[in-house]
Write a protein that binds this ligand. Structure first.
Ligand code: CA
Length: 465
């Protein structure tokens, strides 16, 4: 019988953060060459299911702006994030490296901030380089608007990580309608910041993040810019704005209707961002990416169906997400790309487009442009690895070995699927193909054995041990 990969105690080890001196990257870029490099806009949804968008078949929630974005570029049929929960997924996305390499395999602890010392160094260590830190030396103006979730203490905040501009909140979840200027007991009301200044807040956060993004585009239209728009829609709390009620009134289930309202508000906002790019004459030279940071939670009205599983586990429903990329005239409009791609591919793709220098430690992702342009055939990835605490999966071509322990779908058995025949992971082939399972287990263990422990103690699975 196959046993799950080792259960090393990968926590409790306080990982000191190596403070790296300021980046010394040089570049040949100059402002006079600004038309040669595209602007980059990465829009990230929070906890949105694979099936919650029209271009993936959603019928009840109208997403005309996301569908138009997909129609203008390529949609990835098998687009994955590198983690099934928020913080690790974002760490992978912004570094282009498996986040387990640098101890970010689980959400950072927030409870007790700012009094608990363990919270202070919990985030992406400064020994890693984010997209913003790579693009800034190449002449890009960089902004992040929305949810950060990559470190609360000041050395780990956006303005310390290559972002010229920041508007948003630092932790993992937030009220859409209220915030306090001082840190209190309720993380959902922690401050909204502009750069390092906490603000008074009134409004609906999705609309505010859209407004901020439109203004960022207007301010920076003359230069290459990188905008990372990180909506906390459609994550809890379940607060929909009144101004979209008529667009979702046909949905009978109340919880789904509220969720749909939050999603429609984000879709409206994405439409406004695209319009701003067009109004300012920069749309044709802007790459726009949209994806969700993880799949649908079991506890929400989001849907990854018919994919199996939920946010937090390593079945497809946890890590396969809506994922599109648009670049007018460069990426074929309305195309669908079928081989698996990863959010880890965004950093190397963007860095190449920007003419910036790659991360000193390299990338686990690959430049997607040659694949979506048809210049390269074959798979961008032969193998993809997933790990969160005790849960893991490895995908080799279309074979996938899965183990889920404490996650929402904690079946506690090793399973083998062939996703080409069985994309919804219904038929366990482990008894039929034991040699294939052993091969994948060995491959996973070899990768896993080189990883450090998580840099902090946190997360439900860890607490059980
Ligand atoms: Ca999330």
């Amino acid at each position: 019988m196959l046993l799950p990969a080792n259960f090393r105690n990968r926590n409790r080890m306080k990982k000191s953060i190596t403070l790296v001196a300021s980046l010394l990257l040089t570049t040949s870029y100059s402002l006079g060459e600004s038309t040669k490099v595209p602007n980059i806009v990465v829009i990230l949804a929070d906890d949105m299911g694979y099936a919650d968008v029209g271009f993936n078949g959603c019928k009840d929630i109208p997403t005309p702006n996301l569908d138009a974005l997909a129609d203008s570029g390529v949609s990835f049929v098998q687009g994955y994030v590198s983690a099934s929960v928020c913080g690790p997924s974002r760490a992978g996305l912004l570094t282009g490296r498996y986040q387990q390499r640098f101890g970010c395999g689980e959400n950072a602890p927030e409870e007790g901030w700012p009094d608990k010392p363990r919270c202070r160094d919990a985030g992406v260590p400064k020994s890693e380089q984010l997209i913003s830190e790579l693009l800034k030396p190449a002449g890009y103006r960089t902004g992040v608007i929305g949810k950060w979730h990559l470190g609360i203490d000041e050395p780990l905040r956006p303005n310390s990580r290559g972002f010229d501009y920041y508007y948003g909140f630092l932790n993992g979840a937030h009220s859409f309608t209220h915030a306090n200027r001082v840190w209190g007991k309720h993380p959902g009301l922690w401050p909204i910041y502009r750069n390092n200044e906490p603000l008074d807040y009134q409004g609906y956060l999705t609309d505010t993040f859209t407004d901020e993004s439109v203004q960022f585009i207007e301010r920076n239209k003359q230069r290459p810019f990188f905008l990372y728009l990180s909506y906390n829609a459609v994550h809890a709390p379940w607060q929909a704005p009144a101004n979209v009620a008529d667009k979702v009134s046909h949905i009978a289930d109340k919880n789904r209707r509220v969720y749909a309202g939050m999603l429609v508000s984000m879709d409206d906002g994405i439409g406004r961002v695209i319009k701003a790019l067009k109004d300012h004459g920069v749309y044709d030279n802007t790459v726009v990416v949209f994806l969700s940071d993880n799949g649908a939670p079991k506890t929400s009205s989001a849907s990854s169906a018919p994919l199996r599983g939920f946010k937090g586990d390593t079945y497809e429903g946890g890590t396969r997400v809506p994922f599109v990329m648009s670049w007018p005239g460069k990426i074929k409009a309305g195309s669908r790309y079928n081989y698996p791609v990863s959010a880890l591919d965004l950093a190397p793709t963007i860095v190449r487009l920007a003419g910036a220098k790659p991360a000193k430690k390299g990338f686990d992702g690959v430049d997607l442009m040659p694949f979506v342009k048809g210049e390269k055939s074959g798979r961008p990835h032969e193998v993809m690895w997933f790990r969160r605490d005790d849960d893991y999966a490895i995908r080799h071509k279309d074979w996938k070995l899965v183990w889920n322990n404490g996650s929402p779908s904690g079946t506690r058995k090793v399973e083998l699927f062939n996703l080409a025949d069985d994309p919804n992971e219904k038929t366990d082939l482990i008894s039929k193909h034991p040699e294939k399972a052993k091969e994948l287990q060995k491959q996973f263990d070899a990768w896993d054995s080189k990883l450090p422990d998580n840099a902090w103690w946190g997360g439900p699975a860890n607490r059980k041990r």
